[in-house]
Design a protein around this ligand. Structure first.
Ligand code: NAD
Length: 502
């Protein structure tokens, strides 16, 4: 099967452009294993052009009234709604996830745009009249200028939408550097923003790899950087951009645990573990990768999970017959994940379900790996310590709730976590004591809604601010406090004392 190759572009100053760079990377359809696109790897000159366009556009965009900004966001939201399927097809054909899951990704991005439509309320300041005689005090939040977003392969549409709708609605201009593995969604978003009436230069896309990223991090006209990706890169981005004086939020990788207490409904817990472990082939930063059954519940849970894994439909994300799980993003990633399965066997974990060697009829070259389940994993094993980011679920058995909590809190990552129980007291203690940024009680993937904020703790986030929601508004704006006195012609005189309310 041969597919035609699409020449992917940047989007700078309101138009698609091939840019200056001569280096390119191949983009694959993971289900067929064929090259379907060629993406330019942006050079520092391409970054300069995008930042210059964003800088020039900022002068006018920061002056756009709040109703102009929210009206563009409303139009953009309508266009996203009308083009959901085109976006989901682009995601599925470059990422490999199944169509229904790609539609879900688009929906979660739309929700952030809906929140950004309310920017007039979100940017309201506070006023305190009469802080002193004839003196009033108030606060406002102002945009930062040009801000950059650097995003991972696993949510090529949703993660950019965690960033730019908030940034733009707050009056900033934006340069996006999407993942080079699945870049097409970014260009659909750029086109829809232009159709919604966003002025040229307010949203730009520079395709590329570390070269483009580093040019953004070092660019003197970039005021802030939002990053989402793996922990080593997040840590490095945070250090480099901070050293350059920029505001940074860098969200990293994860190892998300799900504790199952002995009183939990085992069928519901097994449904949740399989959905959250193998959805999107485990390529989600909020995927459950470790289940921690407490006491003897593991003896019932492991067979229930195994039964559900064996019923999963695996195949091309865009096949007519709906599938549960698609291919992995690249051949290299498939090999990496598969090598962790070999490693787990070598480390002595009990491989209950082995997805290696999976073949799908009609798709001999796809990047397939079936679901894998390890029982009796211990915290010293590499398959426990490392983020595998594939369809590999580990069971770490614990004797007591306290032992289970110690496992979760001892892990260096702290993105999401969940507890399955019918014991309200245990659930309440867990919410308070667990060291993770997003907690689910009988909810396996507790991704916050757009009006809360998303972010982990520990090695899952570098910086102070979570992404989107109220913290997103704070990240993309600078706080200013103003004190005003309208002079009373009768009050005069020099006073060198420190200003005090009188
Ligand atoms: P990645 O870290 O390899 O890449 C992320 C971005 O950084 C891409 O745009 C990439 O081009 C760029 N990049 C890669 N290497 C770089 C380098 N050396 N210097 C500068 N930039 C570089 O991540 P990925 O493989 O695309 O995505 C998967 C990872 O993202 C997983 O670790 C997953 O947990 C994480 N993730 C985290 C969240 C979250 O909210 N915490 C959400 C989604 C994904």
């Amino acid at each position: 099967m041969t597919e035609s190759i699409t020449e992917i572009t940047h989007w700078i100053d309101g138009a698609a452009t091939a840019g200056q760079a001569t280096d390119t990377a191949e983009v694959y359809n993971p289900a067929t294993g064929q090259v379907t696109g060629s993406v330019p790897l942006g050079s520092p000159d391409d970054v300069d052009a995008a930042v210059a366009s964003a800088r020039a556009a900022f002068a006018e965009w920061r002056e756009a009234s709040l109703s102009q900004r929210s009206s563009i966001m409303f139009k953009f939201r309508e266009l996203l709604d009308a083009n959901r399927e085109e976006l989901a097809r682009a995601i599925s054909s470059e990422h490999g996830k199944v169509f229904a899951d790609a539609l879900g990704e688009v929906q979660r991005g739309i929700e952030v745009v809906e929140y950004a439509c309310g920017v007039p309320s979100l940017l309201k300041g506070e006023i305190t009249p009469d802080v002193s005689s004839a003196v009033d005090a108030y606060s406002m939040r102002q945009p930062l200028g040009v801000v950059a977003g650097i995003t991972p392969f696993n949510f090529p549409v949703m993660v950019p939408m965690w960033m730019f709708p908030m940034a733009i609605a707050c009056g900033n201009t934006f340069v996006l550097k999407p993942s080079e593995k699945d870049p097409s969604g970014s260009l659909i978003l750029a086109r829809l923003l232009a159709e919604a009436g966003l002025p040229d230069g307010v949203f730009n896309v520079v395709q590329g790899d570390a070269v483009a990223v580093n040019a953004l991090l070092d660019h003197p006209d970039v005021a802030a950087v939002s990053f989402v990706g793996s922990t080593p890169i997040a840590r490095a981005i945070h250090q480099r951009a901070s050293a350059n004086g920029k505001r940074v939020q860098a969200l990293g990788g994860a190892k998300n645990h799900m504790i199952v207490l002995p009183d939990a409904d085992v069928d519901q817990a097994a449904d949740a573990a399989v959905s959250a472990g193998y959805g999107s082939a485990g390529e989600r930063c909020m995927a459950i990768s470790v289940v921690v059954p407490v006491g003897d519940v593991g003896d019932r849970l492991v067979p229930a999970i195994t039964e559900r894994i064996n019923a999963l439909a695996i195949g091309p994300g865009l096949s007519e017959e709906p599938m549960d799980m698609g291919a992995l993003v690249t051949e290299a990633h498939r090999e990496r994940v598969s090598s962790y399965v070999d490693l787990g066997v070598g480390e002595g974990a009990d491989l209950v379900v082995d997805g290696r060697g999976l073949e799908i009829d009609g798709y001999p070259d796809g990047f397939w790996l079936g679901p894998c389940l390890f029982d009796r994993v211990t915290t010293g094993m590499k398959i426990y310590e490392d983020e595998i980011f594939g369809p590999v679920l580990s069971i770490v058995r614990a004797d007591t709730y306290d032992d289970a909590l110690e496992v979760v809190n001892g892990n260096p990552y702290g993105n999401g976590t969940a507890i399955f129980t019918n014991d309200g007291g245990a659930a309440r203690a867990f919410q308070r004591d667990v060291t993770a940024g997003m907690v689910g009680v009988n909810v396996p993937i507790p991704v916050p809604m757009a009006y809360h904020s998303f972010g982990g703790w520990k090695d899952s986030l570098f910086g102070d601010t979570h992404i989107y929601g109220p913290e997103g508004v704070a990240f993309y704006t600078a706080y200013k406090a103003i004190t005003v006195r309208w002079p009373d012609p009768h009050e005069r005189g020099v006073d060198l004392g420190f200003p005090l309310a009188t």
